[in-house]
Design a protein around this ligand. Structure first.
Ligand code: NPG
Length: 369
């Protein structure tokens, strides 16, 4: 396979409702898609970076530039192009994992579409449907939070993740737990706490949570390990886990007992699979995180989450939880599950008309270095 042309597609997509976390409010996504044309056909990928560098260092504009200037030319120079080799070809560029993930995804999609193989099959998926949950942002009042959770439970979601931050933790949690005594609940702090929150975090044991996700800064592995000895609730890491090496280090240190895997955070689907394989071999449960992706990134996440080690429900909700109109066919909730696309590649089709209606900017990339 060989790259013939690459187009970067940037489109502003308003969210159905604002999503507030400890690092800010998202009202819309600044979506960046990678569209490759190869000698065997086309493929699509999504870069999960957001408009601002608030979740991690990367942001849409930076990912766009790095793709144009370095990543696409590096991959375009490969004469025997295969998705499995794209990661190594981009190795010279440090970081920019969401940008890399988007390009690798597009090449894999093209390759698998041409071969007639679904991404889930290629990755080693073992399920036709995956259990999903919903991630609920910080709301103006506790009553509104309980109301939102009730709405999602009525939709069919059986696992709810609540965003917490300093000033929005024990009280909202107490209210949601009182209203839903048996709901599978977990919390995510997005690295928002410091060491002085240790006692409060340990006290969350009373709520019977599935896990506490990323309470401290990404580099604070020792602090996470200390908290793990202080509370009975399992700790999960997200922002700290950038690669299979980070995963091994965190597990060896006892900094977590569950791992959140996000394609965009770890540099692509194949690194995500390596993390899954390491955890599976060590019987460490993993689950698939989300970054408010469109149908393109969502299809990739669903395929990944069909691997056997993904044992907790994913942060991959139905399309209607995010978008009034998605740019691919919608993912629809069936009970508390989403079906894994069976079609070749990502198994979804990008709708050019919807992109045009949303005012997408399509930029051809110069393939030369
Ligand atoms: O359903 O895609 C989703 C959202 C899941 O909470 C979610 N994502 O910290 O995990 C997170 C959070 C996030 C959102 C991270 C936006 C980065 C950007």
């Amino acid at each position: 396979m060989r790259l013939q042309s690459v187009e970067l597609v940037r489109v502003a997509m308003p969210l159905v409702r604002p999503f507030r976390t400890s690092f800010g409010v998202q009202e819309a996504r600044d979506v960046l898609l990678v569209h490759v044309i190869t000698d065997v056909g086309e493929g699509w990928g999504e870069c999960a970076a957001h408009a601002e560098p608030f979740y991690n260092e990367e942001f849409t504009e930076s990912a766009l530039l790095v793709l144009q200037r370095w990543l696409v030319p590096a991959v375009a120079s490969m004469t025997d192009l295969r998705g499995a080799d794209v990661g190594a070809a981009m190795q010279q560029v440090k970081g920019y994992r969401a940008a890399k993930a988007g390009l690798e995804m597009a090449v894999l999609d093209a390759e698998l579409r041409a071969a007639g193989v679904s991404l889930a099959t290629y990755l080693g998926g073992t399920r036709e449907a995956i259990d999903v949950g919903v991630s609920v942002g910080i709301t103006p009042t506790i009553d509104q939070l309980v109301e939102q959770v009730a709405g999602y439970v009525a939709d069919g979601y059986q696992r709810v993740k609540l965003k917490i931050m300093s000033g929005w933790d024990v009280l909202p949690l107490r209210a949601v737990r009182a209203a839903f005594p048996h709901l599978a609940l977990q919390v995510d702090a997005n690295a928002g706490y410091r060491a002085d929150a240790m006692d409060m975090l340990a006290s969350l044991d009373e709520f019977g949570l599935l896990m506490i996700e990323q309470p401290f800064a990404p580099e604070e592995l020792a602090l996470h390990a200390q908290l793990a000895t202080r509370c009975a609730t399992a700790l999960c890491l997200d922002e700290s886990i950038l690669s299979v090496v980070h995963t091994a280090m965190a597990l060896d240190m006892g900094a977590c007992s569950i791992v959140n895997i996000k394609v965009g955070r770890v540099g692509g689907l194949l690194e995500a699979r390596r993390i899954h394989d390491l955890c599976h071999a060590r019987t460490v449960p993993v689950w698939c995180g989300g970054m408010l992706e469109t149908g393109v990134g969502r299809a990739a996440n669903v395929a990944l989450a069909s691997l056997p080690g993904f044992v907790y429900p994913a942060d991959i909700s139905a399309s209607e939880r995010y978008w009034r109109r998605d740019i691919t066919e919608s993912f629809v909730l069936r009970g508390s599950t989403l079906a894994v696309p069976a079609g070749a590649g990502l198994g979804v089709t990008v709708d050019d008309e919807v992109l045009a209606e949303l005012g997408a900017r399509r930029m051809a990339v110069d393939l030369r270095e």
